[in-house]
Each structure stands twice: as C-alpha cells, then as structure tokens.
Design a protein around this ligand. Sequence first.
Ligand code: GRF
Length: 208
Amino acid sequence: MTAESKFRLGVLGSGKGSNFSALVSGCKTGRVAAEPVIVLSDVEESGILQRARGENIPAQFIPPGKFRTKLDDDAEQRYIEALIQARVDLIALAGFMRILKGEFLRRFEGRIVNIHPSLLPSFPGLEAWKQALDYGVKVTGCTVHYVDAGVDAGPIIGQEAVHVGESDTSETLHAKIQAAEQMLYPKCVNAIARGEVTVAGRRVRWCQ
Ligand code: GRF
C-alpha cells in the first residue's frame, strides 16, 4: 500500500470505544498501517461514536431494528451500504454487541475481525472475564479472530495471556484484559494491513 492508498479500516462498536481509541492512536503513530475511515454503532449515545467524532472520523448511528441480538434485514443493508461506500478493506468489531450473519458475512468474507475478552475457545459469549473468574482459571486473556457464522468462533489471529490474581475481582480482571486488548488489537490489525497474515483453514500464519 502506498501512502495515497492506505488500508481502510471500518470499526463497529456499541460501547465505550477503548479498543477503537487504541486502533486510532496506532494509526496516528504509524504502528498500524491503516486509516480509520468510518465508525458505525447501534447505540446512539455510545462512547465510540463520541470518540470518533472527536477524532473527526465519520461516525454514524444506524438503528439495529427490531431484534435484540442481531440486525434486522433493513439495518443490515444500511450497515453494508455505509461500509461499501466508505470502501473499507477491513472491518474491526470493537465491542459490537450484535451477531453478524448471512448477507453481511458474505459481502465482507475474510475481512471482518473481532476482539474477545478471553483465550478462545474458552469462554465465548458475554462477560467472558466473569466466566473465567467464576470457573477459577489461573490464566485468561484476549483473542483477536476472524469472524465467521459461529459465535466467537473464527480462525484465531492473535492472543495475549493475562494472569488471574488471588485478589482479582470481576472489575480488576476486566481492566487487565482490556489493557492487554489495547496492545493486541493494533498489532493484529497492522499485520493484516501489511499483508503479513495468511489463513489456511483454521490456521492463521504471520509471515514477514
Ligand atoms: C472489549 O472488552 C472487547 O473484548 C469486547 O467488548 C469490549 C469493548 O470495549 N468485544 P471497548 O468499547 O473497546 O472499550
């Protein structure tokens, strides 16, 4: 990629946007060879939209429609159109709380990544740090993976381990995992943007 044709990153999120900010700061400092070109959210008042506007990155609230855990067909179409219009090369999910399905996955096949707050395949789903704490594991962490039709199930790009301390609570463990996420996500997105990542079945290889 030349400076004029930067790798174009779209970000989807529903929450406070700390991973988004880590990606933006990576892009600004050159640690991530990409440019965030659009941020979409299903939550109008979300921190991620506010942060994006603060960075002058196009940011749009698109109502999710009538379902609680997924986008309805009209909403899905609006998300797809906004992302196509923004000419995204990669879509990074950063706390997007809706399951993506059929048409969306087909349109952006192999170009959607997610960050999950556990060492997958352990503890997929909601509040993974709490699941890990309740289970009693001594090590947990975070995972960046490609998105497929399963829940937190696509090929794993990178993982970072976090130790569970004796005195950790749900809050302290979550904070430690989030700090690890903010290191891992920019590293993975950079490798993809530089074309250093290849996928063969479930195996993702980093080559430089
Ligand atoms: C992160 O912990 C991520 O693992 C999960 O959602 C959270 C989003 O946090 N998928 P933030 O909005 O990036 O602060």
